[in-house]
Design a protein around this ligand. Structure first.
Ligand code: MN
Length: 376
């Protein structure tokens, strides 16, 4: 067995250009920044992980700049000399050094798992319990602004085989927002299914109205209609809804949140993401808790880049059930990559990489090109 003692760690922020601006409820972005984490071992095997913050710190409170700093200054030193495969022991050490910082810890665990998979010659999905599928249906996310551009974008994606759409909502007043979604659905043809995501921007009264309206125009699910702390509000909406799924995103991050959601009967489904869970293994635990309770698991995204998207794909491929497919669109939003071979999307599906570890390699020329330089 190769010597998997951690000998070094490198963090690099890259800013990748986006194909078009991505609009959230309150702001839009035209580059997406990632933190690449490389963990070197005595055997010469290097594992790669990725830290992400979907469009900045608004979602989780973490930024890629903050992740780089907490890793460089606090989390890297206790990792040096550790055994890559001692995931539990390493995690306890990191938790002793820094509370929370879930996306940063997720990036580190991703790199450790990549190195482990490379050393054993097995894909990440095998380490996570074994893949039960080779591709994942990808739901396309539509920007929350305008109608014409959005229709064009949707038509393009439907032609490429996507049959599921997610509406980013919350940027407009609720009545305009719901009307806009209805108009877009009216203009799209084909057998499509839809979910809406206002990122918790509605109060309970608005959400109660909007959920009823969205149900009547045929949405399959509404994601995080009320604020992240309002499990009672989610539960109340769930009781009122008859056909539409009430899905939690921001409200359910770590395993204990999943237990709380089960206890409160707060949702029908959850968007599960490794970053917010604190890592792939914690996300697997979240999914196990939810699946056991009969709550659906949707393969969520924090707009990961090529490395993080591949890692999430390995995890989602291991799930026995996948509700509403996945939304691993991150690489499709970018006009360039930092991996040697781009991830494959075919007929609206993401092909789960099959090589050892995460199954992607960094293209160091590209990493150099997009690496953030110190700004004067
Ligand atoms: Mn969401």
């Amino acid at each position: 067995m190769p010597d998997l003692t951690v000998s070094g760690l490198r963090t690099t922020i890259v800013d990748l250009p986006m194909r078009r601006p991505h609009r959230f409820a309150h702001h839009s972005i035209d580059t997406q920044s990632y933190l690449l984490v490389e963990i070197m071992t005595d055997a010469g095997i290097t594992g790669v992980g990725e830290g992400v913050s979907p469009g900045g710190p608004w979602w989780s409170g973490e930024s890629v700049e903050g992740q780089k700093q907490i890793i460089d200054q606090y989390l890297a030193p206790p990792l040096i000399g550790a055994d890559v495969e001692d995931l539990g022991g390493i995690r306890r050490k990191l938790d002793q050094v820094a509370y929370a910082n879930l996306f940063a810890k997720s990036a580190l665990e991703m790199a450790l798992l990549d190195a482990t998979g490379l050393a054993h010659g097995v894909p990440l999905s095998t380490l996570l319990g074994g893949a039960s599928r080779t591709t994942l249906p990808v739901r396309w996310a539509l920007s929350s602004s305008g109608i014409d551009g959005v229709l064009e974008d949707a038509a393009e994606r439907i032609a490429l085989g996507h049959t599921a759409i997610k509406f980013k909502m919350g940027a407009l007043p609720p009545r305009d927002d719901v009307r806009r979604v209805g108009e877009i659905i009216d203009k799209l043809s084909g057998d499509l299914d839809y979910i809406g995501d206002p990122n918790g921007t509605w109060d309970l009264r608005t959400a109660a109205w909007a959920v009823r309206e969205l149900e009547s125009i045929g949405l399959a699910a509404v994601e995080q209609p009320v604020g992240r702390d309002d499990l009672d509000g989610l539960a109340e909406l769930r009781v009122r809804a008859t056909k539409i799924d009430v899905m939690a995103d921001e409200s359910v991050c770590v395993p204990s949140d999943a237990l709380s959601a089960v206890h409160a009967r707060a949702c029908d489904s959850v968007s599960v993401k490794p970053g917010k869970a604190g890592g792939l293994r914690a996300a697997a635990l979240v999914a196990s808790i939810l699946d056991t309770a009969g709550i659906g698991c949707f393969g969520g995204t924090a707009l990961e880049g090529p490395v993080g998207t591949a890692a999430s794909a390995h995890l989602f491929a291991t799930w026995p059930r996948l509700r509403f497919g996945c939304e691993l669109v991150g690489p499709l939003l970018l006009s360039d990559s930092v991996t040697t071979v781009p991830l494959r999307y075919e007929d609206g599906h993401l092909v789960v990489p099959t090589g050892p570890g995460i199954g992607v390699q960094l293209d160091y020329e590209k990493v150099g090109r997009y690496q953030r330089r110190d700004r004067a």
